[in-house]
Design a protein around this ligand. Sequence first.
Ligand code: AMP
Ligand code: MG
Length: 412
Amino acid sequence: MAVLPQSQTILSFEDARRTVEEHAARVRPGETEDVDLRASLGRVLAAPIVADQDFPPFPRAMRDGYALRAADLTLVPATLEVIGEIRAGAAPEELPREVRSGQAAAIMTGAPAPSGADAVVMVEHTQSSGDNRVTVTRGVASGDNIVPVASEARKGQVLLDPGTRIDYGAIAAAASVGHSTIAVFRRPTVAILATGDEVVEVSAVPGPHQIRNSNSYSVAAQVQAAGGEPQILGIARDDVHSLSNLIQPGLNSDLLLLTGGVSMGKYDLVEQVLAGLGAEFLFSGAQIQPGRPIVFGRVQGKYFFGLPGNPVSTMVTFELFARPMLEALAGMTPRKLVFLHARLKSDIVTKTGLKRFLPACLSGEFENAEVELARWHGSGDVASAARANCYIVIPPDWERIPAGEWVAVMVR
Ligand code: AMP
Ligand code: MG
Protein backbone atom coordinates (compact mmCIF):
# COMPACT_ATOMS: atom_id res chain seq x y z
CA MET A 1 0.00 0.00 0.00
CA ALA A 2 1.23 3.51 -0.76
CA VAL A 3 2.27 5.11 2.48
CA LEU A 4 2.02 8.84 2.26
CA PRO A 5 5.08 10.51 3.67
CA GLN A 6 3.49 13.13 5.87
CA SER A 7 0.36 15.21 6.18
CA GLN A 8 -0.47 16.58 2.75
CA THR A 9 -0.07 20.33 2.35
CA ILE A 10 -2.34 21.60 -0.39
CA LEU A 11 -1.89 25.31 -1.01
CA SER A 12 -3.78 27.88 -2.99
CA PHE A 13 -2.13 28.72 -6.30
CA GLU A 14 -0.83 32.02 -4.91
CA ASP A 15 0.65 30.46 -1.77
CA ALA A 16 2.24 27.64 -3.73
CA ARG A 17 3.78 30.06 -6.19
CA ARG A 18 5.00 32.29 -3.33
CA THR A 19 6.57 29.29 -1.63
CA VAL A 20 8.58 28.52 -4.75
CA GLU A 21 9.54 32.17 -5.18
CA GLU A 22 10.76 32.40 -1.59
CA HIS A 23 12.97 29.36 -1.99
CA ALA A 24 14.11 30.52 -5.42
CA ALA A 25 15.21 33.83 -3.94
CA ARG A 26 17.75 31.96 -1.80
CA VAL A 27 19.44 29.77 -4.41
CA ARG A 28 22.73 30.75 -6.04
CA PRO A 29 23.75 30.12 -9.65
CA GLY A 30 26.78 28.03 -10.59
CA GLU A 31 30.14 29.05 -12.03
CA THR A 32 30.54 31.47 -14.90
CA GLU A 33 31.94 31.07 -18.39
CA ASP A 34 32.66 33.34 -21.34
CA VAL A 35 30.64 32.82 -24.47
CA ASP A 36 30.78 34.40 -27.89
CA LEU A 37 28.26 37.21 -28.28
CA ARG A 38 26.63 35.27 -31.12
CA ALA A 39 26.06 32.26 -28.84
CA SER A 40 24.76 34.28 -25.91
CA LEU A 41 21.04 34.40 -26.72
CA GLY A 42 19.04 33.04 -23.77
CA ARG A 43 22.04 32.93 -21.45
CA VAL A 44 22.16 34.86 -18.17
CA LEU A 45 24.65 37.68 -17.61
CA ALA A 46 27.14 36.98 -14.84
CA ALA A 47 28.89 40.37 -14.92
CA PRO A 48 27.53 43.82 -15.62
CA ILE A 49 27.72 45.26 -19.11
CA VAL A 50 29.29 48.70 -18.72
CA ALA A 51 29.52 51.65 -21.11
CA ASP A 52 33.14 51.87 -22.30
CA GLN A 53 32.70 55.50 -23.38
CA ASP A 54 30.04 58.17 -23.40
CA PHE A 55 26.95 57.36 -25.51
CA PRO A 56 26.67 59.01 -27.86
CA PRO A 57 30.31 60.08 -27.93
CA PHE A 58 29.43 63.15 -30.05
CA PRO A 59 26.21 65.16 -30.45
CA ARG A 60 24.41 62.93 -32.93
CA ALA A 61 21.96 64.06 -35.61
CA MET A 62 18.72 62.07 -35.40
CA ARG A 63 17.46 63.09 -38.82
CA ASP A 64 18.63 63.89 -42.31
CA GLY A 65 18.37 67.67 -42.67
CA TYR A 66 20.23 70.83 -41.79
CA ALA A 67 22.15 71.65 -38.62
CA LEU A 68 21.54 75.26 -37.68
CA ARG A 69 20.77 77.70 -34.89
CA ALA A 70 17.15 77.41 -33.75
CA ALA A 71 17.10 81.16 -33.05
CA ASP A 72 17.49 81.80 -36.80
CA LEU A 73 14.06 80.29 -37.41
CA THR A 74 11.91 82.55 -35.25
CA LEU A 75 10.44 83.77 -38.51
CA VAL A 76 9.85 81.18 -41.25
CA PRO A 77 10.35 80.68 -44.09
CA ALA A 78 13.98 81.66 -43.54
CA THR A 79 16.80 81.35 -46.07
CA LEU A 80 20.23 80.33 -44.78
CA GLU A 81 23.67 79.89 -46.32
CA VAL A 82 24.78 76.23 -46.58
CA ILE A 83 28.41 75.99 -45.50
CA GLY A 84 29.01 72.30 -45.99
CA GLU A 85 27.73 68.75 -45.79
CA ILE A 86 28.33 66.32 -42.92
CA ARG A 87 27.89 62.63 -43.59
CA ALA A 88 27.68 59.92 -40.92
CA GLY A 89 31.23 58.87 -40.15
CA ALA A 90 32.69 62.31 -40.86
CA ALA A 91 35.91 62.81 -38.91
CA PRO A 92 36.24 65.92 -36.71
CA GLU A 93 38.59 67.60 -39.22
CA GLU A 94 35.95 67.20 -41.95
CA LEU A 95 33.36 69.22 -40.03
CA PRO A 96 32.70 72.85 -40.93
CA ARG A 97 34.51 75.09 -38.47
CA GLU A 98 31.37 76.56 -36.90
CA VAL A 99 27.80 77.18 -37.92
CA ARG A 100 27.15 80.87 -37.35
CA SER A 101 23.94 82.83 -37.36
CA GLY A 102 22.42 82.79 -40.83
CA GLN A 103 24.19 79.54 -41.75
CA ALA A 104 23.34 75.85 -41.92
CA ALA A 105 25.18 72.61 -42.67
CA ALA A 106 23.53 69.76 -44.52
CA ILE A 107 23.68 66.75 -42.18
CA MET A 108 22.82 63.05 -42.31
CA THR A 109 21.32 60.83 -39.61
CA GLY A 110 24.06 59.55 -37.31
CA ALA A 111 26.53 62.34 -38.19
CA PRO A 112 28.12 64.62 -35.57
CA ALA A 113 26.44 68.01 -35.23
CA PRO A 114 28.91 70.81 -35.85
CA SER A 115 29.75 73.41 -33.23
CA GLY A 116 27.48 76.42 -33.26
CA ALA A 117 24.43 74.39 -34.35
CA ASP A 118 21.90 73.59 -31.64
CA ALA A 119 19.20 71.86 -33.70
CA VAL A 120 18.58 69.90 -36.87
CA VAL A 121 15.63 70.69 -39.07
CA MET A 122 14.32 67.75 -41.08
CA VAL A 123 15.02 67.83 -44.81
CA GLU A 124 11.25 67.47 -45.38
CA HIS A 125 10.83 71.02 -44.06
CA THR A 126 13.40 72.60 -46.35
CA GLN A 127 13.89 73.58 -49.99
CA SER A 128 17.41 73.64 -51.33
CA SER A 129 18.01 76.15 -54.08
CA GLY A 130 21.22 74.58 -55.31
CA ASP A 131 23.26 77.80 -54.93
CA ASN A 132 24.42 77.03 -51.39
CA ARG A 133 21.17 78.33 -50.01
CA VAL A 134 18.38 76.52 -48.21
CA THR A 135 14.93 77.80 -47.32
CA VAL A 136 13.52 76.39 -44.09
CA THR A 137 9.74 76.35 -43.82
CA ARG A 138 9.29 75.21 -40.20
CA GLY A 139 10.80 76.36 -36.90
CA VAL A 140 12.60 74.11 -34.43
CA ALA A 141 13.40 74.36 -30.73
CA SER A 142 16.96 74.34 -29.47
CA GLY A 143 18.05 70.71 -29.08
CA ASP A 144 15.56 69.30 -31.60
CA ASN A 145 16.83 66.23 -33.45
CA ILE A 146 20.23 66.21 -31.76
CA VAL A 147 21.10 63.56 -29.16
CA PRO A 148 23.46 65.25 -26.67
CA VAL A 149 26.79 63.67 -25.73
CA ALA A 150 26.45 61.05 -22.95
CA SER A 151 22.66 61.42 -22.78
CA GLU A 152 22.17 57.67 -23.39
CA ALA A 153 24.94 56.55 -21.02
CA ARG A 154 28.03 57.93 -19.34
CA LYS A 155 31.33 56.10 -19.54
CA GLY A 156 31.38 53.51 -16.71
CA GLN A 157 27.59 53.42 -16.35
CA VAL A 158 26.08 49.92 -15.94
CA LEU A 159 23.83 49.21 -18.93
CA LEU A 160 22.78 45.68 -17.97
CA ASP A 161 22.93 44.07 -14.54
CA PRO A 162 24.05 40.52 -13.80
CA GLY A 163 20.99 38.30 -13.81
CA THR A 164 19.70 39.72 -17.10
CA ARG A 165 18.51 37.06 -19.52
CA ILE A 166 20.14 37.93 -22.81
CA ASP A 167 17.71 38.80 -25.57
CA TYR A 168 18.32 40.62 -28.82
CA GLY A 169 18.12 43.99 -27.09
CA ALA A 170 20.80 42.97 -24.58
CA ILE A 171 22.93 41.69 -27.46
CA ALA A 172 22.69 45.11 -29.12
CA ALA A 173 23.75 46.81 -25.87
CA ALA A 174 26.68 44.41 -25.36
CA ALA A 175 27.81 44.84 -28.97
CA SER A 176 27.62 48.63 -28.73
CA VAL A 177 30.07 48.68 -25.84
CA GLY A 178 32.54 46.31 -27.46
CA HIS A 179 31.74 42.89 -25.99
CA SER A 180 32.50 40.20 -28.53
CA THR A 181 32.30 37.73 -25.63
CA ILE A 182 30.22 37.91 -22.47
CA ALA A 183 30.44 36.35 -19.04
CA VAL A 184 27.40 34.18 -18.34
CA PHE A 185 26.39 31.67 -15.70
CA ARG A 186 26.73 27.99 -16.44
CA ARG A 187 23.35 26.55 -17.37
CA PRO A 188 21.84 24.62 -14.48
CA THR A 189 21.42 20.93 -15.18
CA VAL A 190 17.94 19.51 -14.80
CA ALA A 191 17.36 15.78 -14.41
CA ILE A 192 14.09 14.66 -15.97
CA LEU A 193 12.61 11.40 -14.83
CA ALA A 194 9.41 9.91 -16.23
CA THR A 195 7.49 7.36 -14.21
CA GLY A 196 4.80 4.85 -15.07
CA ASP A 197 4.47 1.15 -15.84
CA GLU A 198 2.44 2.07 -18.92
CA VAL A 199 5.00 4.52 -20.32
CA VAL A 200 7.37 3.39 -23.09
CA GLU A 201 10.12 5.10 -25.08
CA VAL A 202 9.31 7.27 -28.08
CA SER A 203 10.98 4.79 -30.43
CA ALA A 204 8.88 1.88 -29.13
CA VAL A 205 5.64 0.69 -30.65
CA PRO A 206 3.34 0.80 -27.62
CA GLY A 207 1.28 -2.23 -26.79
CA PRO A 208 -2.49 -1.81 -26.43
CA HIS A 209 -2.01 -0.99 -22.74
CA GLN A 210 0.90 1.43 -23.16
CA ILE A 211 1.58 5.04 -24.14
CA ARG A 212 4.73 6.75 -25.33
CA ASN A 213 6.75 9.03 -23.10
CA SER A 214 5.95 12.55 -24.27
CA ASN A 215 6.51 14.29 -20.93
CA SER A 216 10.27 13.88 -20.77
CA TYR A 217 10.57 15.60 -24.12
CA SER A 218 8.10 18.42 -23.53
CA VAL A 219 9.71 19.10 -20.14
CA ALA A 220 13.19 19.02 -21.71
CA ALA A 221 12.00 21.64 -24.21
CA GLN A 222 10.56 23.76 -21.40
CA VAL A 223 13.82 23.44 -19.47
CA GLN A 224 15.79 24.58 -22.50
CA ALA A 225 13.46 27.50 -23.11
CA ALA A 226 13.86 28.55 -19.48
CA GLY A 227 17.67 28.51 -19.68
CA GLY A 228 18.49 25.08 -18.25
CA GLU A 229 20.28 22.03 -19.60
CA PRO A 230 17.95 19.03 -19.66
CA GLN A 231 19.22 15.55 -18.84
CA ILE A 232 16.64 12.91 -19.68
CA LEU A 233 17.12 10.04 -17.26
CA GLY A 234 14.64 7.53 -18.61
CA ILE A 235 11.46 5.96 -17.36
CA ALA A 236 11.10 4.52 -13.87
CA ARG A 237 8.66 1.68 -13.23
CA ASP A 238 6.04 2.23 -10.56
CA ASP A 239 8.04 0.38 -7.95
CA VAL A 240 10.23 1.60 -5.14
CA HIS A 241 13.47 0.10 -6.49
CA SER A 242 13.16 1.38 -9.99
CA LEU A 243 12.24 4.85 -8.72
CA SER A 244 15.11 5.07 -6.21
CA ASN A 245 17.58 3.75 -8.79
CA LEU A 246 16.76 6.61 -11.15
CA ILE A 247 16.24 9.32 -8.53
CA GLN A 248 19.74 8.78 -7.10
CA PRO A 249 21.66 9.82 -10.25
CA GLY A 250 19.11 12.62 -10.71
CA LEU A 251 20.36 14.17 -7.49
CA ASN A 252 23.68 14.97 -9.18
CA SER A 253 21.85 17.61 -11.20
CA ASP A 254 20.96 21.09 -9.98
CA LEU A 255 17.24 20.35 -10.09
CA LEU A 256 15.20 17.15 -10.27
CA LEU A 257 11.92 16.96 -12.16
CA LEU A 258 9.78 13.87 -12.01
CA THR A 259 6.61 13.37 -13.99
CA GLY A 260 3.74 11.15 -12.91
CA GLY A 261 3.26 9.08 -9.81
CA VAL A 262 2.18 11.90 -7.51
CA SER A 263 -1.59 11.33 -7.49
CA MET A 264 -3.53 9.33 -4.92
CA GLY A 265 -3.34 5.97 -6.71
CA LYS A 266 -1.95 2.87 -5.09
CA TYR A 267 1.07 2.91 -7.42
CA ASP A 268 1.81 6.62 -7.12
CA LEU A 269 5.01 6.06 -5.18
CA VAL A 270 7.11 9.12 -5.98
CA GLU A 271 6.49 10.87 -2.66
CA GLN A 272 7.04 7.71 -0.69
CA VAL A 273 10.39 7.07 -2.36
CA LEU A 274 11.51 10.67 -1.92
CA ALA A 275 10.45 10.54 1.73
CA GLY A 276 12.60 7.44 2.11
CA LEU A 277 15.54 9.46 0.80
CA GLY A 278 14.93 12.08 3.48
CA ALA A 279 12.90 14.59 1.45
CA GLU A 280 11.32 17.63 2.98
CA PHE A 281 7.98 18.44 1.32
CA LEU A 282 7.20 22.14 0.93
CA PHE A 283 3.81 21.43 -0.59
CA SER A 284 2.16 18.41 -2.07
CA GLY A 285 -0.68 19.94 -3.98
CA ALA A 286 -2.05 23.24 -5.26
CA GLN A 287 -5.64 24.27 -5.79
CA ILE A 288 -5.29 24.45 -9.55
CA GLN A 289 -6.57 22.55 -12.52
CA PRO A 290 -4.91 20.97 -14.35
CA GLY A 291 -2.03 20.03 -12.09
CA ARG A 292 -3.51 19.71 -8.61
CA PRO A 293 -1.14 16.95 -7.33
CA ILE A 294 2.03 19.07 -7.95
CA VAL A 295 4.71 18.35 -5.34
CA PHE A 296 7.58 20.63 -4.37
CA GLY A 297 10.36 19.79 -1.96
CA ARG A 298 14.01 19.36 -1.23
CA VAL A 299 16.04 16.21 -0.88
CA GLN A 300 19.74 15.88 -0.11
CA GLY A 301 20.26 19.58 -0.74
CA LYS A 302 18.50 19.60 -4.12
CA TYR A 303 15.08 20.95 -4.98
CA PHE A 304 12.66 18.70 -6.79
CA PHE A 305 9.24 18.95 -8.35
CA GLY A 306 6.89 16.03 -8.78
CA LEU A 307 4.89 17.13 -11.80
CA PRO A 308 1.60 15.33 -12.39
CA GLY A 309 1.83 12.88 -15.30
CA ASN A 310 -1.01 14.07 -17.47
CA PRO A 311 0.82 15.84 -20.28
CA VAL A 312 -1.07 19.13 -20.04
CA SER A 313 -0.75 19.13 -16.23
CA THR A 314 2.98 18.54 -16.65
CA MET A 315 3.31 21.51 -19.01
CA VAL A 316 1.24 23.87 -16.88
CA THR A 317 2.86 23.00 -13.57
CA PHE A 318 6.32 23.37 -15.06
CA GLU A 319 5.51 26.92 -16.19
CA LEU A 320 3.81 27.90 -12.95
CA PHE A 321 6.22 26.38 -10.42
CA ALA A 322 9.37 24.77 -11.80
CA ARG A 323 10.23 27.66 -14.08
CA PRO A 324 10.91 30.30 -11.40
CA MET A 325 13.17 27.88 -9.51
CA LEU A 326 15.05 27.02 -12.69
CA GLU A 327 15.43 30.70 -13.57
CA ALA A 328 16.89 31.37 -10.12
CA LEU A 329 19.34 28.46 -10.47
CA ALA A 330 20.31 29.93 -13.83
CA GLY A 331 21.18 33.21 -12.10
CA MET A 332 18.15 35.16 -13.27
CA THR A 333 15.89 37.29 -11.23
CA PRO A 334 12.81 35.08 -11.82
CA ARG A 335 10.20 36.71 -13.99
CA LYS A 336 6.80 37.46 -12.54
CA LEU A 337 3.93 35.76 -14.27
CA VAL A 338 2.50 38.13 -16.83
CA PHE A 339 -1.07 37.84 -17.97
CA LEU A 340 -2.53 39.70 -20.88
CA HIS A 341 -6.24 40.18 -21.39
CA ALA A 342 -8.34 39.10 -24.31
CA ARG A 343 -12.01 38.94 -25.17
CA LEU A 344 -13.60 35.54 -24.81
CA LYS A 345 -15.01 34.16 -28.09
CA SER A 346 -17.39 31.63 -26.59
CA ASP A 347 -18.91 30.96 -23.15
CA ILE A 348 -17.04 28.98 -20.54
CA VAL A 349 -18.84 27.03 -17.87
CA THR A 350 -16.70 25.62 -15.11
CA LYS A 351 -16.82 24.54 -11.49
CA THR A 352 -15.67 26.71 -8.62
CA GLY A 353 -12.91 25.81 -6.18
CA LEU A 354 -9.75 25.61 -8.30
CA LYS A 355 -7.80 28.18 -10.24
CA ARG A 356 -7.81 26.99 -13.83
CA PHE A 357 -5.20 27.27 -16.54
CA LEU A 358 -7.00 25.95 -19.57
CA PRO A 359 -5.29 25.42 -22.94
CA ALA A 360 -6.65 27.96 -25.37
CA CYS A 361 -6.11 29.65 -28.70
CA LEU A 362 -5.37 33.34 -28.88
CA SER A 363 -6.18 35.04 -32.15
CA GLY A 364 -7.38 38.37 -33.47
CA GLU A 365 -5.64 41.36 -34.92
CA PHE A 366 -3.71 44.18 -33.28
CA GLU A 367 -5.60 45.43 -30.23
CA ASN A 368 -8.54 43.06 -30.77
CA ALA A 369 -7.15 39.94 -29.10
CA GLU A 370 -9.68 37.10 -28.89
CA VAL A 371 -9.36 33.83 -27.10
CA GLU A 372 -11.25 30.56 -26.88
CA LEU A 373 -10.67 27.25 -25.18
CA ALA A 374 -8.88 24.63 -27.22
CA ARG A 375 -11.24 21.74 -27.83
CA TRP A 376 -9.69 19.24 -25.49
CA HIS A 377 -10.54 16.01 -23.80
CA GLY A 378 -8.88 16.50 -20.45
CA SER A 379 -5.31 16.93 -19.38
CA GLY A 380 -4.10 13.90 -21.33
CA ASP A 381 -4.98 15.47 -24.67
CA VAL A 382 -1.52 16.10 -26.10
CA ALA A 383 -2.72 16.90 -29.61
CA SER A 384 -5.03 19.62 -28.39
CA ALA A 385 -2.34 21.04 -26.14
CA ALA A 386 -0.06 21.21 -29.17
CA ARG A 387 -2.59 23.33 -31.05
CA ALA A 388 -3.11 25.71 -28.12
CA ASN A 389 -0.89 28.77 -27.84
CA CYS A 390 -1.93 30.05 -24.40
CA TYR A 391 -3.88 29.26 -21.25
CA ILE A 392 -7.03 31.03 -20.11
CA VAL A 393 -6.69 31.74 -16.39
CA ILE A 394 -9.93 31.43 -14.45
CA PRO A 395 -10.17 32.45 -10.78
CA PRO A 396 -11.49 29.77 -8.39
CA ASP A 397 -14.80 31.55 -7.72
CA TRP A 398 -15.88 31.94 -11.36
CA GLU A 399 -18.50 29.59 -12.68
CA ARG A 400 -19.82 30.97 -15.92
CA ILE A 401 -18.02 33.37 -18.21
CA PRO A 402 -20.06 34.70 -21.12
CA ALA A 403 -18.60 35.32 -24.56
CA GLY A 404 -17.40 38.91 -24.89
CA GLU A 405 -16.00 39.03 -21.35
CA TRP A 406 -12.33 39.96 -20.84
CA VAL A 407 -10.30 37.10 -19.43
CA ALA A 408 -6.70 36.75 -18.28
CA VAL A 409 -4.44 34.82 -20.61
CA MET A 410 -1.01 33.32 -19.97
CA VAL A 411 0.82 33.19 -23.29
CA ARG A 412 2.80 30.06 -24.05
P1 AMP B 1 0.04 9.75 -13.21
O1 AMP B 1 0.30 11.17 -12.79
O2 AMP B 1 1.23 8.88 -13.04
O3 AMP B 1 -1.18 9.23 -12.51
O4 AMP B 1 -0.28 9.79 -14.74
C1 AMP B 1 -1.41 10.49 -15.20
C2 AMP B 1 -1.64 10.22 -16.65
O5 AMP B 1 -0.55 10.73 -17.40
C3 AMP B 1 -1.76 8.76 -17.01
O6 AMP B 1 -2.78 8.65 -17.99
C4 AMP B 1 -0.42 8.45 -17.60
O7 AMP B 1 -0.48 7.41 -18.51
C5 AMP B 1 -0.01 9.75 -18.25
N1 AMP B 1 1.44 9.85 -18.27
C6 AMP B 1 2.25 9.63 -17.21
N2 AMP B 1 3.54 9.80 -17.55
C7 AMP B 1 3.54 10.13 -18.86
C8 AMP B 1 4.59 10.43 -19.80
N3 AMP B 1 5.87 10.41 -19.45
N4 AMP B 1 4.24 10.75 -21.07
C9 AMP B 1 2.94 10.78 -21.42
N5 AMP B 1 1.92 10.53 -20.58
C10 AMP B 1 2.21 10.18 -19.31
MG1 MG C 1 1.63 6.93 -13.16
